[in-house]
Design a protein around this ligand. Structure first.
Ligand SMILES: C[S@@+](CC[C@H](N)C(=O)[O-])C[C@H]1O[C@@H](n2cnc3c(N)ncnc32)[C@H](O)[C@@H]1O
Length: 186
């Protein structure tokens, strides 16, 4: 959904050969892998900047890698082997920069075209859905950029509107959660 409603819809509205994506919550690296595969399929050069405070252990990453085909597994492991705090080319079309940092300290300015906000839910981590943290994401996006997240909670939606975003609620796939897409105005 981040790919379809965030990246793909952004590019439909703003065709480009090269874009910068931000992600809050690198976690298993699954979003990063899916984005790499999208970049390869569509020949779009993607710079992927992702934040994570608690990286997973090498043992868990090894277990997760077994879920993938051989080709996917090769990219998945390369993504995980990339050093933190450095930009690393994984393929011709995909470069990753993993940053070990708390979301509350993100300080990017006018950088990302799309941001996948993939924090745990407001019920689990309420502070990450308040205006001070969301404002950092607003500031890190370029004008016209998309913020996408799984949570359609009213208070989150209102916080995004108060920050200046134009917010849409989107239906998830059948049986799945709704999501919010917020656009930073030009
Ligand atoms: C829903 S998971 C992300 C899933 C991930 N995008 C993926 O593709 O697997 C949320 C992630 O946010 C990280 N996290 C939670 N609180 C954080 C914080 N305050 N700062 C940075 N990362 C945080 C967690 O460790 C977890 O990996």
């Amino acid at each position: 959904m981040f790919i379809e409603k965030g990246l793909n819809d952004y590019l439909k509205n703003n065709p480009a050969n090269e874009i910068i994506i931000g992600e809050s919550g690198f976690g298993t690296g699954l979003n990063a892998l899916l984005t790499l595969l999208y970049a390869r399929r569509n020949r779009i050069k993607i710079h992927y900047q992702t934040y994570e405070k608690y990286p997973l252990s090498p043992e868990i990453i090894k277990q997760l890698a077994e879920m993938f085909t051989d080709e996917e597994k090769k990219f998945f492991l390369k993504i995980h082997e990339a050093n933190w705090e450095e930009k690393t080319s994984i393929t011709e079309y995909f470069e990753i920069e993993k940053i070990q940092k708390d979301f509350v300290r993100i300080s990017a300015k006018d950088l990302w075209h799309v941001h996948y906000y993939d924090a745990f839910s407001p019920r689990v981590q309420p502070g990450l859905w308040e205006k001070p943290v969301l404002k950092r994401i607003y500031e890190g996006l370029r004008a016209g950029g998309f913020f996408v997240t799984y949570s359609a909670k009213g208070s989150v939606r209102r916080n995004l509107i108060d920050l200046g975003f134009e917010v849409e609620k989107l239906a998830g796939p059948p049986g799945k959660r709704e999501m919010l897409r917020a656009r930073k105005p030009n």
